[in-house]
Design a protein around this ligand. Structure first.
Ligand code: URA
Length: 434
């Protein structure tokens, strides 16, 4: 077996057997197959695709390339969730403790933000002392203590995918459905979970801008996850505008805490309850999604979700007092308002432009390892379907550095489209795949 033969086979549209895929992944990770050959293979997959058997094998091989969190020592249901990413997406911050409050284990491996979307880890690091990079042993300990943990891995998380993803990024082969699905799932399989929910975002602030590719991604994620032995459901959710009203790390954390106190924004609360109720049904904690929804609602109202969040923060070394006193989180020095230039209805609110505005204020990073400013971001006062009067505030920038605010303000201004016709509010859940 050699790499050229396997690249040629895929180039000609043939299927590769599991040992052939193993050969490619193992030798690439060991440095015996060079980047240029693996790039050629990825491009062949881009044009010729893979069938579900090949994707399943490829996913499992990449998941097996590093460390795993086994089920051993956990006698309950282990739940996991994945979002394809969006602007203002703080769902995990609410969902993870809420699910743990229902008696399930929820270890969540998350990343840092790169580009215009934020990262869950960055949001949590707005809490003084919070330690996100955990070893596998520390992750297990936090999970035993609190039932919930949100961590960045310090261990070998599907290293074959990490190497391959970096290569795809610079060789124009990220946009291949089999490669995206195997990449996402290889990192999910590292945790020996019993059930998985996928939040596949669609719209201007998402990886998938249109419904049809989002449906294809959701369908393939669910079918490959099932072939890998997991129960799985995907919801396709709206990302035509940001989720909630706040974009930026400390701002989003405060909004998540408000949601855990049951006075968060309706859209964020609904997505959390919809995803959570799917997990409760999988775990047989609820017979129907409606019953699951009710259970989660009770956990919000009773404050048990918030209490779990404090336990999780404490287990990860953070200052749990900020959970009850969010005003202690860092605040930006200045707030600059954007006022409506005309009267009408908000017809569009481009999520990507809002994400880019927050990024340019310092909330995000352009390259891994860059420092970010936890306090800055964009607070929205109006969303699609809201009526506005000329002169009314539409949004507010939370600013520390004076340098970039004009650019950010221009982006926020262009994100809003105000028209004379009352638009329909976008449906929050656009589809479900089970
Ligand atoms: N996210 C991933 O983890 N992998 C991809 O290929 C695309 C998005």
């Amino acid at each position: 077996m050699n790499a050229v033969e396997l690249i040629r086979k895929k180039r000609d549209g043939q299927r590769l057997a599991r040992p052939e895929l193993e050969f490619l992944v193992r030798h690439y990770l060991e440095g015996k197959i060079p980047d240029y050959q693996m790039a050629a293979f990825c491009m062949a997959v881009y044009f010729r695709s893979m069938d579900v058997r090949e994707i399943t094998d490829f996913t499992q091989i990449m998941a097996d390339s590093g460390d795993r969190l086994s089920h051993e020592g956990f006698d309950g249901f282990i739940a996991d969730k994945h979002s394809t990413g969006g602007v203002g997406d703080k769902v995990s911050l609410v969902l993870v403790p809420l699910i743990a409050a229902c008696g399930l284990y929820m270890p969540k491996l998350s990343g840092r933000g790169l580009g215009y979307t934020g990262g869950t880890i960055d949001k949590l690091e707005a809490i003084p002392g919070f330690r996100a990079p955990l070893t596998l042993e520390e992750l297990k300990r936090c999970l035993c203590q609190a039932g919930a943990a949100i961590s960045e891995s310090t261990f070998q998380l599907a290293p074959a995918d990490q190497k391959l993803y970096a290569l795809r990024d610079v060789t124009a082969s990220v946009e291949s459905l089999p490669l995206i699905v195997s990449s996402i799932l290889s990192k999910k399989l590292v945790i020996d979970s019993d059930g998985l929910v996928f939040d596949v975002k669609v719209g201007s602030g998402a990886m998938m801008r249109a419904l049809s590719p989002a449906k294809a991604l959701a369908g393939l994620l669910v079918s490959i996850a099932k072939r890998c032995g997991r129960r799985a459901v995907a919801l396709i959710t709206d990302m035509s505008q940001p989720l909630g009203y706040n974009v930026g790390n400390a701002l989003e954390l405060k909004e998540a805490l408000a949601t855990l106190q049951s006075h968060g924004p309706a859209d964020l609360t609904e997505i959390v309850l919809r995803l959570g109720s799917e997990l409760l049904v999988m775990a047989k904690q609820a017979r129907t999604v409606t019953a699951g929804w009710e259970l989660l609602r009770r956990k919000l109202l009773s404050g048990e979700g918030l209490h779990k969040f404090s336990e999780m923060v404490r287990a990860q070394g953070g200052d749990a007092d900020v959970v009850r006193q969010p005003h202690r989180l860092s605040c930006a020095r200045e707030k600059l308002e954007l006022k409506a230039k005309k009267t009408g209805w908000v017809g569009a609110l481009d999520a990507r432009l809002i994400g880019e505005a927050a990024h340019s204020l310092g909330a995000g990073r352009a390259a891994m390892g860059e420092r970010i400013d936890h306090a800055v971001g964009v607070e929205l006062f109006k969303k699609i379907g809201d009526q506005v009067t000329k002169g009314e505030p539409l949004a507010c920038l939370h600013v520390n550095e004076q340098t970039h605010w004009a650019e950010a303000m221009a982006r926020v201004e262009s994100a809003f489209q105000i028209g004379r016709i009352r638009p329909r509010r976008p449906a929050l859940v656009r589809g479900r795949v089970a």
